[in-house]
Design a binder for this molecule. Structure first.
Ligand code: 13P
Ligand code: SF4
Length: 311
């Protein structure tokens, strides 16, 4: 029974006692963002995990992010407050099916979005995040054939922007897929001149209306340079917390789903992590991420390529 516990103070005490660092993605609940040691996008959080000298990494994000931390920092204890915090993109790409797809295209390399299982990373050549994909793709010769998975919207965006013809795996993020073009156009009409910032996981009918397309940290950077006073944000709305902290005088509006509000675009997996579960995970050091060593090494090869090529 956790009633009566000062969870913030207890989490602080446990973090010191266990020499733990708390990493949080921008899509976490505000109360988790507020007590994290670092907040970031997928690339930044992987780098923090690899460089940290803490003994324990409490990863407030989703499973593939915590697994990435473990792949890069195997000597550390990596805990994830809720073991069921998955990702629809990971679910859309079963390793066996991905392996068969690769085998059917032996002359293609696999450029793979970090939102996938460790098994799929191990079957890939180079991993990308939304913030590193453009830099990495620009380094791959134009005549190199490429399979891109699991996000067909990010892959399609890259194909259009760089005039490439990567073969796309048919996965989508259920959160970004839920934005409504009709409702977005209504919102734009209500706020004339307000720019739209969108994550590249959005479908093309949303990207087409965006003034800026980028990763979560890219969108936050764009918000900080905003010339006007209002921004429409087409990504998971919890990132707005950081915008409001940094720019209290400005207005940030989450892009709507078909029901006209942005609550349907909350990532249900990210939302599984709560302060209570973070407290229990730090107290009991469970649930922990474990990865079999040969699988870890195979996945690390493609992640290391990303870290080299992204810098
Ligand atoms: P970023 O790397 O841009 O933070 O994206 C992670 C993610 O899961 C977006 O849905
Ligand atoms: Fe996965 Fe989408 Fe949630 Fe990101 S927002 S973790 S891509 S389901």
């Amino acid at each position: 029974n956790l009633a009566g516990l000062d969870l913030r103070a207890e989490i602080d005490r446990l973090r010191r006692e266990k020499n733990a660092v708390i990493l949080a993605h921008y899509y976490q609940r505000p109360e988790i963002q507020d007590l994290a040691d670092y907040i970031g996008d997928s690339l930044e959080l992987s780098r923090k995990a690899a460089a940290s000298d803490a003994e324990v990494i409490a990863f407030c994000g989703v499973k593939f992010m915590a697994e990435t931390a473990k792949i890069l920092a195997p000597e550390k204890t990596v805990i994830l407050p809720d073991v069921n915090a998955g990702c629809s993109l990971e679910d859309a790409c079963p390793p066996e099916a991905f392996k068969a797809f690769r085998a059917a295209h032996p002359d293609h390399i696999a450029l793979t979005y970090i939102n996938c299982s460790t098994e799929v990373k191990a079957l890939s050549d180079i991993i990308v995040t939304s913030s590193s994909a453009e830099t990495i793709l620009a380094q791959i010769p134009r005549d190199q054939k490429i399979i891109f998975g699991p996000d067909r919207h990010l892959g399609g965006y890259l194909n259009r922007k760089f005039d490439r013809d990567m073969l796309l795996w048919p996965g989508v993020c259920i959160v970004h897929e839920a934005f409504s073009e009709t409702e977005l156009l209504k919102l734009k009409a209500q706020h004339p001149g307000a720019p739209v910032a969108a994550h590249p996981e959005c479908p093309p009918h949303i990207i087409d209306h965006a003034d800026y397309v980028g990763s979560t940290s890219g969108i936050l950077g764009y918000a900080k340079q905003l010339p006007g006073d209002t921004l429409i944000v087409a990504t998971e709305p919890h990132i707005i917390h950081q915008m409001e902290l940094a720019l209290p005088g400005k207005t940030f509006i989450g892009a709507p789903g078909a029901d006209g509000n942005c609550n349907c675009n909350i990532c249900p997996y990210m939302a599984l992590n709560t302060l209570e579960k973070l407290y229990l995970a730090l107290r009991d050091l469970t649930p922990q991420v474990h990865i079999e060593e040969s699988l870890r090494l195979a996945a690390k090869t493609s992640l290391d390529r990303m870290l080299e090529m992204a810098s």
